[in-house]
Design a protein around this ligand. Structure first.
Ligand SMILES: Nc1ncnc2c1ncn2[C@@H]1O[C@H](COP(=O)(O)OP(=O)(O)OP(=O)(O)O)[C@@H](O)[C@H]1O
Length: 270
């Protein structure tokens, strides 16, 4: 058992002075962000503001040009391969399209990180993977299906099951409701909230979906001008005096999402 007690008050993710450029294209410059343990934080920003690039740097798939990233109080960058592997075991990632292995069944996809990180007998691994598949609301019959045999919503659930395969402390979700119909998106939001509460997860949620922000996020971080321009609750961000932030949180789609929330309707207005 690892003792994580001393980390409880410290941010679970701490980003300071982050800079990232691709050639002459600077995506992040002086970006700071704290994520609190146990919260659902939504990451929003215009297209190309670097939401996915930020996520990829935090999980160590891209290397910053400058600045520091700590997760669980440990630097993600300054790690040997074994140390990084141990750190990576404590989070799960769901990429935009679920990024499932097309040649593996749903259950085998969920088993993949278990095979990599855990030394379990086959039968136990299969049973545990089956439990994860059920936890995301997929029927048992889906376990032996291939990704191509699933609907978009089911593929996303399968991707979520794989992200929680190793009982992570943090899950990173990159636009999990993109491409889902309104009812499917609302159901996925509910699933995120339920699993977050049941498993005590911290959720890093990249999204364009204002309904998700209203429905499940504790705080929202806005990426603009190469940094985190503002971070706070929805109510706090609605008071921010910046053209993009104002338009985003007061525009017609924001009003529709707010109305949906206030009236408690299951469907969102599109
Ligand atoms: N591997 C890469 N090589 C070169 N440029 C990249 C790479 N990854 C991302 N970029 C560029 O970095 C910028 C930020 O990309 P990113 O995907 O993070 O944006 P985003 O905010 O997630 O956008 P969207 O909301 O459209 O998904 C874009 O201009 C993109 O073209």
């Amino acid at each position: 058992m690892q003792d994580h007690g001393q980390e409880n008050d410290a941010p679970i993710i701490k980003v300071r002075g982050l800079r990232k450029a691709f050639g002459s294209h600077v995506v992040h410059d002086g970006l700071d962000l704290d994520v609190r343990r146990g919260e659902i934080i939504g990451i929003v920003g215009g297209s190309g503001t670097g939401k996915s690039v930020l996520l990829q740097q935090i999980v160590g798939l891209l290397t910053p040009d400058a600045g520091t990233i700590e997760v669980f109080g440990e630097s993600v960058q300054a790690k040997t391969a074994d140390e990084y592997r141990a750190l990576r075991r404590r989070w799960g990632v769901m990429f935009q399209d679920g990024a499932l292995f097309s040649s593996l069944t749903v259950r085998q996809n969920v088993e993949a990180p278990m095979r990599e990180q855990l030394d379990l007998p086959d039968e136990l691994r299969e049973t545990l993977a089956g439990i994860k598949v059920r936890m995301v609301g997929l029927e048992d019959v889906a376990q032996t299906k291939f990704p191509s045999e699933l609907s978009g919503g089911m593929r996303k659930r399968a991707g979520f099951a794989r992200a929680i395969a190793l009982d992570p402390e943090i899950v990173f979700l990159d636009e999990p409701t993109a491409g889902l119909d309104p009812i499917g998106a609302a159901a996925f939001d509910t699933l995120i909230r339920q699993l977050q509460a049941a498993l005590g997860l911290t959720v890093f949620l990249v999204t364009h979906d204002l309904d998700s922000l209203h429905a499940i996020c504790d705080r929202i971080a806005v990426l603009a001008e190469k940094k985190v321009l503002a971070v706070g609750t929805m109510a706090e961000l609605m008071k921010v005096d910046h053209p993009w932030v104002h338009e985003y949180f007061h525009g017609p789609r924001a009003r529709a999402a707010l109305e949906t929330k206030d009236t408690g309707k299951a469907e969102k207005v599109v």
